[in-house]
Design a protein around this ligand. Sequence first.
Ligand code: ZN
Length: 345
Amino acid sequence: MQSLRILPDLRSSVVEEKHPGQVLLFTSERDDSDASLTGDSMVRPFSWRTFVDALRDPDLELLEVAEPLWLGEWRKALRYVAVAKVVRPRITVATYAIENFDARERLATRAGRTAMGVSMLGLDAVAFGTTGAYENHRRAFGWALRRTRHAVLPPRLDACTVCGPSTAAPREPVVLFLGAPSERKGFPVLLEAWRRTAPEGWRLVVADPSGDETPELPPGAEVRRQPAREAVHELLRTSAVVVMPSVRRPGWREQIGLPLVEGLAHGCRVVTTTETGLADDLRAHPDVHLTTPGDPDDLARGLREAMDRGRADRPERRGFSKREVTDWWLAATKTRRRAATTSPR
Ligand SMILES: [Zn+2]
């Protein structure tokens, strides 16, 4: 095992993108974590015993922990890092940060931000999943970031790790909404936009991993409750458009949005809002339609454009796999160590 990741909220996509040399110890699960994926011996529930055993693996080089602005998890992460540094003093500690909600609002006092910045100095390397997350951290903790190796490495957007690159097969006239039909995911705005576009021959499919909510749907719309992971990949391979109209809520802002990443990776057109932290990274993407959050007219316009235009050509290589992010962390910290041992004092 080369790397060890401790993560809350295990979900199927995290297991799918895991590389063979990585062990995942999870502390909690999401509704969309498929039981068949967690049967892997490299994916286990966290316990202090399994953690310390894993730290003793002679091949282990890297520990990945939750990001600092996930405050409750970061407090736990600091304990994991402290133990790891005792058992393996030379281990590289890294995080993948995607928080897009204003850090200066979440940590409203200067003392709180200073304490957070100091605690971040325990990280050897930070990869930001979006330009939005990088800018958020730079504004609040720029002084701490300057002391840590960091880079913006967005997720891979051109091929699904399970299905491979998308094919040129024709798509069904389906707009796919992946996730719980909640207010923050913009579902009420989507229904309003759907009524305004009234696209003939098109269907709206809602794939809801929890299946708890039963929204009232217009004609031409249907819900698939708790779909198996295989069925989700099938929907992504066959639908023409994925929609993710996230809106900001008190204390919450869309980070990346898994439906957006999965839609692009499967060759779908994606209609979303400027709330995702990837918005700046995607402005020129030929398959992305950015719309104004909370505006049903603008969302209807984006949907019509996406439905009318058909698919773009085969996507160019974009983004970084989890394997590449891990390689970057290790290379970045090795360079720093070498510099530290060779530079004159
Ligand atoms: Zn797939």
